[in-house]
Design a protein around this ligand. Sequence first.
Ligand SMILES: [Zn+2]
Length: 213
Amino acid sequence: MTAIILLGPPGAGKGTVAEELARKGYGHVSTGELLREQIRQETPLGLAAKERLAHGKFVSDEIVVGMIRDLLEHAKAGQKFLFDGFPRTMVQAEEFDQLLQSLEGTLDEVILLECPDDVIVARLSGRRVCPVCGAVYHVEHNPPDTPGICNLDGSELKLRKDDAPETVKKRLRIYRERTAPLIDFYKNKGLIHAVDASLSIDQVRRAVIERLG
Ligand SMILES: [Zn+2]
């Protein structure tokens, strides 16, 4: 089993790049989805996570690593995984190392999507979502025909709470504190490949695909 990690701040385009690579045979692992599945099935990990989320806490490293362990232990030989949003802390990165070793898996590469904070704030805070059909627009890069109105069904577009400038700045602060130390950790292992994620999403997608073939 082999793994690739996508690392980068919120809004750098990890999700979009991951979708593209999933089409190339990399099993896309989103910890958000794993978590929702564990909660839905009411597993011990899911129940523990639900309890913490209900109290407004981060899901603990122990729970996150437990879910990944569960996933990898059931992996087929030769399976390729793409991790998006994991590991998110140094503890998770170190535990992941040990887990891969114990399962005789390898981490091939860490793709680092680099993007300045102001570009991310502008990118996310310009996003508008249709509450009815889920269509996503951007006030500058992909505006609807009539400002503030969905092209498909005429609904009034909304700014998601997660995309509001203050929320984005807070998410970026958390990323710098908790996740950015992983960059040096993987640099020291010679695994980092940096991609300029301030470019358009199509350019970023192409750069990543060229890299991985
Ligand atoms: Zn719509």
